[in-house]
Design a binder for this molecule. Structure first.
Ligand code: HEM
Length: 223
């Protein structure tokens, strides 16, 4: 048996006792759907932790000139974002009335304070800086990259960053639709943010220059 607490090696290695003890219990619930609500958020935090860690590793690989490895790690982060987008669907089982019963239990807590979300964005910004430095070190710029061979490692990495940005926008779209489905429009979130500002965030970009270059190319063709 592995060292530590737990009835078998699976329980010890996966630390399932601690993990399954992280949800409020029936005697603490204001409503049984707290379990659905907490598990949706907690599992999102885990995937976001993984995504952020992949982007940190990717940034290190870009700095070391290992662009292909970085691309694979960015793809993993994008997969994690797809998974957390899909699991938002679980919240469609939560009625507006039941969520409003649960809401006081959250205090001022909001997903906007999510450590996983903040960690992901921090790691992505670091990766963006490393990407810019790599481009410069290669004596290239975005224009030459995007008018050049799309099969080069740096072009592929740039496209994986674009895919990641798209995944974030898709998560934000789904999150906005679900938030308004549950609490409606023209109301405030637990952080006091008007819910409809979530729609504006969909257009926010982590790698704006990779989108701007597309605009410039299109305009260069006279559109
Ligand atoms: C009942 C379901 C949900 C509702 C009604 C809701 C509502 C909101 C609202 C109104 C905001 C704006 C800030 C505020 O005032 O709170 C927000 C932000 C946010 N929420 Fe949720 N949310 C829900 C589920 C989730 C889930 C499952 C997650 C996953 C961790 C999450 C993560 C976030 C994040 C990351 C932000 C910042 C938004 C951004 O940067 O685009 N939310 N949410």
């Amino acid at each position: 048996m592995l060292p530590g607490e737990g009835v078998n090696d699976y329980v010890r290695y996966m630390r399932t006792d601690e993990l399954l003890d992280l949800q409020r219990t029936a005697d603490q619930w204001v409503h049984p759907d707290e379990l659905l609500f907490q598990i949706t958020h907690q599992s999102t935090e885990l995937w976001l932790k993984l995504a952020g860690a992949q982007l940190d590793r990717a940034a290190e690989h870009v700095a070391a000139g290992e662009t292909g490895l970085a691309e694979l790690l960015v793809q993993r982060a994008a997969t994690a974002l797809r998974l957390i987008t899909e699991q938002l669907d679980m919240l469609r089982h939560l009625t507006p009335a039941d969520f409003n019963r649960i809401r006081p239990a959250l205090g001022n807590g909001s997903g906007a304070e999510s450590p996983g979300w903040q960690g992901l964005r921090k790691a992505a910004r670091r990766l963006g800086r490393e990407f810019d430095a790599r481009l410069e070190a290669d004596g290239a710029d975005l224009r030459s990259l995007y008018l050049g061979d799309p099969t080069t490692a740096l072009y592929r990495l740039a496209e994986s960053l674009v895919a990641l940005d798209e995944r974030i926008a898709l998560w934000r779209t789904e999150h906005y639709k679900i938030a308004t489905r549950i609490i409606g429009h023209a109301v405030l979130g637990t952080q006091g943010t008007p819910v409809d500002t979530l729609a504006r965030l969909i257009a926010q970009k982590l790698f704006p220059k990779l989108w701007q270059i597309r605009t410039e190319i299109t305009k260069g063709y006279g559109s």
